[in-house]
Design a protein around this ligand. Sequence first.
Ligand SMILES: *Cc1c(COP(=O)(O)O)cnc(C)c1O
Length: 422
Amino acid sequence: MKFVSTRGKAPAVSASQAIMQGLAPDGGLYVPESFPSLGNLAIHEISSYPELAFEVLAPFFEDDLLKEDLAEICMDAFNFPVPLVTLKDQDAVLELFHGPTAAFKDFGARFLAACMERMLAKEQRKLTILVATSGDTGGAVAAAFANRKGIEVKVLYPKGRVSARQQQQLTCWGANIQAYEVDGSFDDCQKMVKDAFMDQTVSRQWGLSSANSINLGRLLPQSVYYVFASHLYTQAFGKRPIFIIPSGNVGNSCAAFWALTMGSPIERIVLSVNENKTIPEFLTSGIYQTRPSVQTLANAMDVGAPSNMERLFNLYPDVDTLKSMLTAYSVDDRTIQATIKEVYGELGYILCPHTATAERVRRDHFAGQPTIVVSTAHPAKFEQVVEPLIGTAVEVPQNLATLLDKPSSFKAIGTDYKDLFN
Ligand SMILES: *Cc1c(COP(=O)(O)O)cnc(C)c1O
């Protein structure tokens, strides 16, 4: 299996090459040249999630250097439960928050880290990953790469702009993970990362790389849980589910479209967004217009220029086809708050602000239909939003509690990227 660039001006590469490169040399994103069919996948004979992941991903790693390691990579990366919970009737929730940092980004980050560590061992080299974070991504990347051989991680976050719990998840790792508290904004952090990459001397000397959400190694493993949940749901309810996915950069929803393309029993894919409405506006007007992001309570989805749209345009090159496949609704902050309250009062189930957008879309547009709301984070990560609404403390899950108890350390620096390399 080969992977090609969405911009069509880069050579086709293997999976591990795409993973080690991140971005294609023509500035495009890597996508599979074709999709395998899951038609003859005997799901009922598969006994564990890592085993299913191996079966789903194996065709993508045929003829790849990592082929022989893939089973072990899946065991290493997906070492936590993936429950599909029924809320009531045909309303299900796919809980993707049982990994080490209690958000779905653990799936992609852990798979990417497991792949990279093995590739570096084969190539006998080392690299340094730079990641600028406004909160969640940095934590998942730090956790996934902690204690991996041959890899150093430098995480940059803006001073005073991340929550106390988020900061703890960035600064508690020690060993090969170094956190930098930057006296500046998130944009400053991003600029420092860019400047470092542009500095050829630094970039070569340190073997700089990124663990961006556009990396193929983060996207591919996310398809697996859509294959998994759609089969489980269809077996339980005798109907194909509609997935409702809280979306920002649309990596998670792109992975759902890939699972659909491979033949998973999925009725429809629906995106819920916050007040960053680039996608719903595109579906209404037919014109794709990115815009600056606005801040909302569902802050991991504050994206005005969704980076993975390029992959969706590639999957459905005809705009009318894309519009017919895609559905998206926007949910504002007040409605997010009302939904968290409503669902807790009715069912005793606590939603994070991101997942609340999807639950709102279900209630307003798909009531009584077979649906799976994709839960992207544990509510305890957003306790400052959630607890005042439900009037009680959110119990912190064990995985998160473990991180919160660790000692933390960081280096405070200004906005000069050279300070990252002293
Ligand atoms: C990153 C994130 C999202 C958005 O996912 P995309 O793949 O960028 O669309 C949604 N919810 C949470 C909690 C996240 O961390």
